[in-house]
Design a protein around this ligand. Structure first.
Ligand SMILES: Cc1ncc(COP(=O)(O)O)c(C=O)c1O
Length: 417
């Protein structure tokens, strides 16, 4: 009998492409009238491609509650984050309008590294510490704003823990200050309702491959009215209001557009399904005892980040290899194998950080997948803990600590049964 392939529970790293999205992409790659450059408005081929791009712009904007003319196509959320931060701060610094930005230690590296690059150019960065449960109080964001602050950049949903920042409340708090507010919504778009224009957010980063679209395409929403000006990262033919020049990839963009339209249709059903699967996974995993939830129970429905006490993460990873595809350590399918900066910023001790795993669920995750994964984890934990108990290692402490923390599921890094 052949082994079933590992269950894919790494949807926060990337999602499978929806078959309908593949179909629309193929149509714009190889269809009889698909060869036009969307900038070639002088013939029907170019105009056809331009119409596909504009339809996608509407679809993306509709998903996040933004004006379509604010959508600027990028290669993904990494580029969108860089364009937002470098673009806004460089624009202000050149004109002597400030050089300070505020962000948080739990942000994605695409924001943190852009902050570091700006520091090398003379900007000053305040990185806020989150609460132990990963949350951030809007008042603390406001307190960090100075007279020379140009930009506040915060993510909506954390990619490792699923913790949600209350973007509407933070935007409201910042309304009285002349600062720009950028939100990395790569993990939230399609999973939580967004109301970008109503919230008064200035820039928002999006990525297609997190919502069943293709890799290599994303968008930065840049508030069109009143017009927000940023420095481009590159110079060329003036596409995308001069903010992101270069020939537009019609097939990628059409794919992202359809993925957003499908996500908008399915957001309620997807969310209910993900919540049920996450609850099921938690219930089964916590039977092991010594299982710690990182983050908050009211986080995004697709992410469950847990630490397993009394085992070495790498050993458990090896045990699970054939059963499940998940992320450990620096979770975003990264090439960087250092312990998670997110969990560390939340005060999780390194010993637990390295035995923590992010399970991220998707539209097609079934109850039997969850059960199979949980069975493998419990089996692996039993084996590894029995070894460490024999050797007198930390496994022995599990029971005590687990009992102490047998409380609410909502707080960060609590030990839960
Ligand atoms: C919150 C967040 N921001 C940014 C990114 C980068 O997105 P992309 O892969 O589209 O560059 C990711 C995923 O890797 C993410 O989860």
């Amino acid at each position: 009998m052949t082994e079933a392939p590992p269950v894919y529970l790494d949807h926060a790293a990337t999602t499978p492409v929806d078959p309908a999205v593949v179909e629309v992409m193929m149509r714009w790659l190889s269809g009889a009238d698909a060869m036009g450059n969307p900038s070639s408005r002088g013939h029907c081929y170019g105009r056809g491609a331009a119409a596909a791009v504009e339809k996608a712009r509407q679809q993306v904007a509709a998903l996040v509650g933004a004006e379509p003319e604010g959508i600027v196509w990028t290669s993904g959320a990494t580029e969108a984050n860089n364009l937002a931060l470098l673009g806004a701060v460089r624009f202000a610094m050149k004109r002597g309008r400030g050089r300070h930005l505020v962000s948080c230690r739990t942000e994605h590296k695409a924001v943190l590294e852009a902050c570091a690059a700006l520091e090398r150019e003379g900007a000053e960065v305040t990185l806020l510490d989150p609460a132990p449960d990963g949350s951030l109080c809007p008042g603390r964001v406001l307190d960090a704003v100075r007279d020379d602050t140009v930009l506040v950049s915060l993510m909506h949903v954390n990619n490792e823990t699923g913790v949600i920042h209350d973007i509407a409340a933070i935007a409201d708090t910042l309304r009285s200050c002349p600062v720009l507010f950028h939100v990395d919504a790569a993990q939230s778009a399609g999973r939580l309702p967004l109301a970008v224009a109503d919230w008064g957010v200035d820039m928002v980063s999006l990525s297609a491959h997190k919502l069943y679209g293709p890799k290599g395409v994303g968008a930065l929403y840049v508030r069109p009215r009143p017009r927000l000006r940023i420095e481009p990262l590159a110079y060329g033919g003036g596409q995308e209001r001069g903010m992101r020049p270069g020939t537009l990839a019609t097939h990628q963009i059409a794919g992202m557009g359809l993925a957003c339209a499908l996500a908008a249709e399915r957001i309620d059903t997807d969310s209910a399904h993900l919540l049920a699967m996450r609850r099921r996974l938690w219930d089964r995993l916590s039977e092991a005892g010594g299982v710690v939830l990182h983050g908050r129970w009211d986080g995004a429905p697709h992410i469950l980040n847990v630490g397993f006490q009394g085992v070495h993460g790498e050993a458990l990873e090896t045990e699970l290899e054939d059963a499940v595809a998940i992320s450990t350590g620096s979770a975003c399918a990264s090439a960087d194998a250092t312990p998670s900066h997110v969990l560390r910023a939340m005060g999780v001790p390194d010993t637990l950080v390295i035995s923590s795993f992010r399970f991220s669920l998707g539209r097609t995750t079934r109850a039997e997948d969850v059960d199979r994964v949980a069975r493998s984890v419990l089996q692996g934990l039993r084996r590894l803990r029995s070894f460490s108990a024999v050797r007198g290692e930390e496994g022995g402490e599990i029971g005590t600590e687990a009992r102490q923390g047998n409380a609410a599921v909502s707080a960060g890094s609590k030990v839960l049964q």
